[in-house]
Write a protein that binds this ligand. Sequence first.
Ligand SMILES: [Zn+2]
Length: 304
Amino acid sequence: MAVPSKILSTLSTILCLFTALPAALAQAPLCERLFVTPSAQFKSDIKGRLSPQVYEDVLFRVDQLLESLGPLPKGYQVTLKNHYGQGAKHIFGSRQIEFTEIHTTYQKFTGREDPHLTLPILAHEYSHAYFETAMRKLSPLWEKNSSFLDMPFGDPQLKKDIATKISVYHEFFADLVPAILFNNPRAMVEALQFHESSPPLQTIKFRDWSVYDPSRDLAHLKEIFQTQNSDISYIYLTPLRRSLWNEVSKLHSHDDLKGFLQKVVETFAHDYQQRADSGSFSFTRMNTELEQAFQRKALHWTDN
Ligand SMILES: [Zn+2]
């Protein structure tokens, strides 16, 4: 029988209070969790299959990992919705994140239906909020261009062009955080395989951080770029994913991972500032030059 989460929470609190002193010190982060709420407000429009605490816990863990990029602007709201088929989104400019629980798509192939697969997707969307906040602080051109996208006027083609380039950085980072948070380079791939609004599977496989074979994958990637414009931003930096994940696998402490993610954002801010000013956003140049930039930083991930 399922134990109501409130009872579990109360039990955890009691257990924390009654733990012997040395063990209590070791358990401090867990106890603390019970009295801290996430930076964003969580709200549920429907009765989800997972308790709100499960989702709040993911938000809280992202807060801990990305706190050096914040604070988020006040009023961020994360809402569990039931707009079937709409997937999940971070809505630029309005401080809204909406997501749905994973249901039964692809179940006919797999027999798998697990709402926990929603958690990496929530971490992905919430990471967008932190990334946008940090990039606006670090790159004046990002601030200018991204703010322009929030305006209700402007040349639609120009806006589309700016949005596509900004999204390349955004989607890379928003996929990196769940991979680190769940210690699984396939976290997003596994989640999206079962999501009803998934983009085609042929693009999802390129969001795996652990597998990339240039001799096999490059031609396929370029072929997708020519045929599926809407998905390009998710996989444009696929070659860079593999080399960066090699660096992640060398880091073990929470502080090291936090420092690493901060350096990733700083590198991206510098790269965007230069590229939007006078550089090239070509696939080959971006992947090569960013890899070189990260290699220069590789020995200094944890320096402050
Ligand atoms: Zn995204």
